[in-house]
Design a protein around this ligand. Sequence first.
Ligand code: MCN
Ligand code: FES
Ligand code: FES
Length: 910
Amino acid sequence: MIIKNLNVNGKKIVVVTDPDASLADVLRGQLLLTGTKVGCNEGQCGACNVIMNGKLVRSCITKMKRVPDGAAVTTIEGIGTPANLHPLQSAWVLHGGAQCGFCTPGFIVSAKALLDENSNPTREEARDWFNQHKNACRCTGYKQLVDAVMDAAKVLRGEMGIDRLSYQPPEDGRLWGSKYPRPSGVAKVTGTWDFGADRGLQLPADTLQLALVLAKVSHANIISIDTSEAEKMPGVFKIVTHKDVRGSNSVPALINMPSNKANAQDRPILCDRKIFHYDDVVAIVCADTEARAKAAAEKVKIELEELPVYMNAQAAMAEDAMEIHPGTPNVYFVQKIAKGNETGPIFEQADYVVEDEFYHQRHPHMPIEPDVGFAYLNEEGTLVIHSKSCALFMNSAQVCMGIGLEPTKLIMVQNPPGGDFGYAATITSQPLLGVACLATGRPVFLRYDYRQQMTMTGKRPPTSAKLRLAADKNGKLLAMEEDITIGYGPYCDLGDLTTMMGTQYMGAGYHIPNIRGEARTVYTNHAQGCAFRGMGSTAVEFCSEVLMDELAEKIGIDPLELRYKNVYRPGSTTPTGQKPDVYSLPEMLDILRPKYKAALEKAKKESTSEKKLGVGISIGIFGSGLGGVDGAEARIELMPDNGVTVYVTWEYHGQGADMGVLGTAHEALRPLGMPPEKIRLVMNDTSITPQNMGSLASRSQFVTGRAIQVACELLLDAMRKENGTYRTYEEMIKEDIPVTHTGRWANQCDHLDENCQGNALRAHMYGVFMAEVEVDTGIGKTRVLKMTMAADIGKINNKLVVDGQLYGGLAQGVGLALSEDFEDIERHSSMAGAGFPYIKQIPDDMEIIYVETPREDGPFGAGGCGELPLTTPQAAIINAINNACGVRITKLPALPKKVLAGLKATNHHP
Ligand code: MCN
Ligand code: FES
Ligand code: FES
């Protein structure tokens, strides 16, 4: 142990600590300054930034023995407080700089250090600074963060009044359609918004810390598990194995399709007989400290018989491949599509036919916060699990079956997550926490390290496709043929749905009268598949959007004009034969056309043989809501102060769930003229908030929002007097009128038939993407100069939120196109290794144009938003690369070496 004198945020503090402890752990664990966040814990994300003796440092990699005695340390808590915000914090709130908020304290501390050194930075200097200091954000797309720095700097230089950093409400006080900052903003910018790991530090002293015993092979039979040595290690309370699990010891999959041959029980909670993928969990060590739990986990011996490993679908489909789940074929689900007439004869006679083969990589979500959760038994002996789940009720049912609990004996609560982008719809650590808590009777806490986040949570599954398009002499699409293969990893949960969505969205956006093809789901020994923004659509629309460009090239027509000819118009049908809900694509293309022409002109003018510029277009479509019956409930209660409380399960991702609820309720309650402060939100706790199906499928604003609207209207009806005025709380009580009302809303759609035909969804989101890129022909490196997006998400609830959704999704699209991958388990299991896009990879120039076509079923005309921006930005970038230098990348990501190889093949390499 060493003793250090520190001056933390102006307060003298003496700490006794392990010399090898990190400054981050001391600040958080010993001083409870939890505003400093720990994401990667390896110097790659900047969430842990603090200022030490005037210099910005990443506290996770700053060992205490290297901290000078007497060091002055400034953390986010020393920069401003909720009652006294620093201009940077006000500007962050105003610009919507905090979505999930996990990166926010680290960014603001970093920005403070920048402005201390340079009070008047240019935008590019600010970007250089954040890049150099590895400040990573997965939500925002960075642009708003630079906007905030610029504004705060102006205020600090005295060039702008601080009042300009406060939100100015419109005269009518309306929230709907405004840029009203989200309610959680102030807590996020001050580091007082507690995430799972922060809440974990507030648990009772007898909480057991968990460490996982993981398989370090990808496919094996388990011969034996020996915990005897580990049990004797210091601090160990219990080692939990499959023998301690009371239920089925499996995470039951939500199998939707009757023809799915997979066994819904294919994913063990704690492996007993087999290891199916790298880092499968074999045992849980419960100990008094995390370090001791980890040390003991090292001592658990697993004897294995290694089996052949199938790391991709093609290997698992080989004739001699063994069944990964004995008794179930590796190809366990096939979805056919048949729309219109047989396509064979059409292809034979068509004027133009194009075909190509595509590969869309395994895509890691890379939230800055790794997965985290805890569990305890409450006073009634009910198990309470807090986690990042974004589908609380659905996950709760899965956990109960897996660990053998009556549904009434489990409460699930969502901790505010530091982003998840869809992975948290699939079960992560919840059953492990549940089993450990039940087996020990003690509160338990578990956090994944970043490597575990990468290897253990689901990924967007890799997709290969062969695709053909036929068109007539005028470029009108006649037919499409597709063959899609999805390597979904070893667990089938949501695999059939993802596959069906592949056939549903291939070619979406265009009226293609005749379609034939099939998609298949394949077990592999790589990471499990799961939802990721644009689930099912992103990978296949990439293929059809790139092939549309190839078709344009073959016909000799401009790619935008080819799209314009074929996009949905009245009389068109979607690939599933459905009538589109709105027809905004022609209008969006019309809006983009002049910008596109100008961009092409500019690219032509500014291209040199070393730096070639190009422009690409793509169309992206995704549904809002789930197929079949998609329902939600919300409850509202009039309170004694004549404010209301809205109870709703609208799980956070970082997307702005709080603002979604507030904006919708405020609009619905406008007749009462209620100020936003009087609308309180109680969210995401299955013991208090009503049933819902999860913040998935960009459904919450559209479906849950409508339930909130209905609840508010029921309350208004109850409060309304004959003369049209409204009763107060007191009057309601006096007249014995209920003050609590539950709103319900359900959309009914078809389950698609065996040919993937039917009315899939009530509403879709529509977007057109335009990418402007520069390709360095010497090294093959692509730089995205600008992204432009036209979006129709219906009427907008909150402009700041949806801007943020779209900028953030576009930024993820840049990473998806150019760098992100999770293929090599060693190389790709860190943020930097997996190609996380830092600020300099993302263009500062992003433009968004809205076309607000009201959606019939949405609250006040709103549709969904969250997933649209990650449908096909990667396709626009790939099309732009081809436009720039004639290299057609069909297998993502477009790493410099692939572009360079293409340049060499086409003799464009200087
Ligand atoms: N919204 C709006 N007006 C509209 C539509 C939406 O103001 N016309 C707002 C909503 O109020 C909400 C946000 O936009 O705050 C997204 O709304 P919606 O599309 O209904 O999506 P959900 O709230 O159901 O969120 C889920 C969606 C999905 S499925 C993933 S995955 C996702 C996402 O949104 N993951 C995210 N956005 C994310 N954003 C961040 N920062 N982090 C994630 O992990
Ligand atoms: Fe310290 Fe990521 S850099 S937590
Ligand atoms: Fe930056 Fe979520 S707001 S990671």
